[in-house]
Design a protein. Structure first.
Length: 301
């Protein structure tokens, strides 16, 4: 099957009609019909039952669909990449970040960078790290920020700043003397706010607790550190979060203590290995590193 055959075949499988496939692909109905007929002729068998204007896939079509699905996704990715490269005629820096860093570090960094690059367009988006890798590989972003090194062969991870995991609790939980010392697992009391099972930093906290003989029970589990921080600010319990989230918490509502034993947290600049940064993007990365270090100055150590 040719690539055009696969594209038309998948469109028909998804919408069930010639007219619908034509709309999805932005081509004429006769063109869809012609490609489908040529495809079936090459394969030597019909792929669909024609009933009252609708196309019903035969078993062979379902098997073919499963086998060609990845190829079709790759084809769409290549087209998005081509469109992205074409759009670079206008200077644009595209930055994608995990939500934690976007909220705690980026505002200060962007304000500083804007003073030097007032006319440069910058597009900001947030994703989780697994999605960020695909975004960079497809050329849909120029640089990215994450608290994880994805260890992907096509991605370069450059450390920008480092802090430690930090316990946060509502104001009044600890004395001033307590706040000057790190908090270990035995100090976790009251309502605990946990992180999703697939969160690497959250898993490290749980492992540290278990190594100290404590098996924490979380009645509230969140997807992002910002939600955990907001719950603590509202008096909803205690949490262990990354240092950037801890530093950006409302100091009138939240107390902070470094976690013990220390769990280092690194902020990484992620880029595609085949795509060097422009001058403006590299300057933005520098502003982010400066803002991240300034943010960590407010965090306990």
């Amino acid at each position: 099957m040719r690539l055009r055959h696969i594209e038309v075949f998948h469109a028909i499988m998804q919408v069930g009609t010639i007219s619908g496939a034509a709309q999805v692909l932005h081509i004429s109905q006769p063109a869809v019909t012609k490609v489908l007929q040529h495809c079936e002729l090459q394969l030597g068998m019909p792929l669909f039952e024609r009933v009252r204007g609708k196309l019903y896939p035969k078993p062979e079509a379902h098997r073919l669909f499963a086998e060609t699905e990845k190829l079709n996704r790759d084809l769409q990715g290549i087209r998005r990449l081509a469109a992205s490269l074409k759009g670079r005629a206008i200077e644009t820096i595209r930055l994608v970040s995990t939500p934690t860093v976007a909220i705690s570090v980026l505002p200060l960094a962007m304000s500083a960078w804007r003073r030097e690059f007032p006319g440069t367009r910058c597009e900001l988006a947030t994703h989780h790290t697994s999605e960020i890798v695909n975004t960079l590989r497809l050329g849909e972003a120029d640089l990215a920020l994450s608290l994880q090194d994805p260890r992907h062969p096509g991605i370069v991870a450059e450390p920008l700043a480092q802090g430690v995991m930090t316990a946060i609790a509502p104001t009044g939980t600890w004395s001033a003397a307590d706040c000057a010392a790190p908090l270990g697992a035995p100090g976790l009391t009251g309502e605990l706010i946990g992180h999703a099972d697939n969160d690497p930093l959250g898993e490290m906290v749980v492992a540290a607790c278990e190594a100290q003989g404590l098996h924490p029970v979380f009645h509230t589990v969140v997807q992002t550190y910002q939600i955990a921080r907001s719950l603590v600010e509202a008096g909803g319990g205690m949490a262990v979060v990354d240092p950037f989230t801890a530093a950006s918490a409302n100091c009138g509502l939240v107390q902070r203590r470094a976690w013990a034993p220390a769990i280092p947290v690194q902020l990484y600049l992620l880029t595609a290995g085949h795509a060097p940064l422009s001058h403006g993007a590299r300057q933005l990365a520098g502003c982010i590193a400066t803002a991240a270090r300034a943010c960590l100055e407010k965090a306990p150590r």
